[in-house]
Design a protein around this ligand. Structure first.
Ligand code: AMP
Length: 223
């Protein structure tokens, strides 16, 4: 999933995870977990994240490579927030050399003014990572997650100044990947405006997946 911060990559990757039955692998989540564990790598990464800068490639690549080797990723995965630079995209292609290249890159298009609205109201569950918006998708029980009832918090890097920096980094480092994947013929651009289910419907249509049928088939297949 490609797109600026607040485009809905995480939300949509979670929908796809449920519909397609392959895990969402979010570099930001891996980095935040490492920071929470207070590992040297995680604490080092947090310094970059709090400023809105990119964490050095060697750190991100190490986390992603390890995650891709876990057994649940053997049949496929949805990458969210990775790659973010040309170097990361090339390193990813090398990692996937033997197992098969990326099938599709979904780019979510959302204008800056909408991003600012979305990020300022964004709240995330400390425990399970579920996301809410104070206005557009409020939790049932104020400040607590609908799924696991844990506390919701505002990410340190969702402040206005840091967001501005993240948008600049997106334009300079990540947006050029649109052309990179366009040239490879695997880029699909999707309008990211609207309710999450509407956006998900557009993505599934582009992927040639009938979301309702697939969900029903998966349910039926479960023991
Ligand atoms: P995200 O959760 O995807 O919005 O990422 C939050 C922050 O984590 C970013 O602003 C970066 O500081 C860092 N980060 C996440 N993914 C990457 C990546 N692929 N490369 C470098 N830094 C990353």
């Amino acid at each position: 999933m490609l797109g600026p911060p607040g485009a809905g990559k995480g939300t949509q990757a979670r929908v796809l995870q449920d519909r397609l039955g392959v895990p969402q692998i979010a570099s930001g989540d891996l980095l935040r977990a490492a920071a929470r564990d207070r590992s040297t790598l995680g604490l080092n990464a947090k310094r970059y994240m709090d400023r809105g800068s990119l964490v050095p490639d060697e750190v991100v690549l190490k986390l992603i490579a390890a995650r891709l080797h876990e057994s649940d990723a053997a049949a496929g995965f949805i990458l969210d927030g990775f790659p973010r630079t040309r170097e990361q995209a090339e390193a990813l292609a090398t990692m996937l050399k033997d197992s098969g290249a990326l099938d599709r890159v979904i780019a979510l298009n959302v204008p800056d003014e909408e991003i600012i609205k979305r990020i300022s109201g964004r709240r995330t569950c400390r425990n399970c990572g579920e996301m809410y918006h104070l206005v557009f998708d409020p939790p049932r029980n104020q400040d607590h997650c609908n799924e696991c009832n844990s506390e919701l918090y505002q990410r340190d890097d969702d402040s206005e100044d840091t967001l501005r920096m993240r948008l600049q980094v997106y334009v300079a480092e990540t947006r050029p990947l649109l052309e990179y994947y366009q040239r490879q013929g695997i880029l699909t651009q999707v309008d990211g405006i609207g309710r999450p289910e509407e956006v998900a419907g557009r993505i599934l249509k582009q992927l040639g997946v009938d979301g309702a049928k697939l969900a029903a088939a998966k349910k039926g297949a479960q023991p």
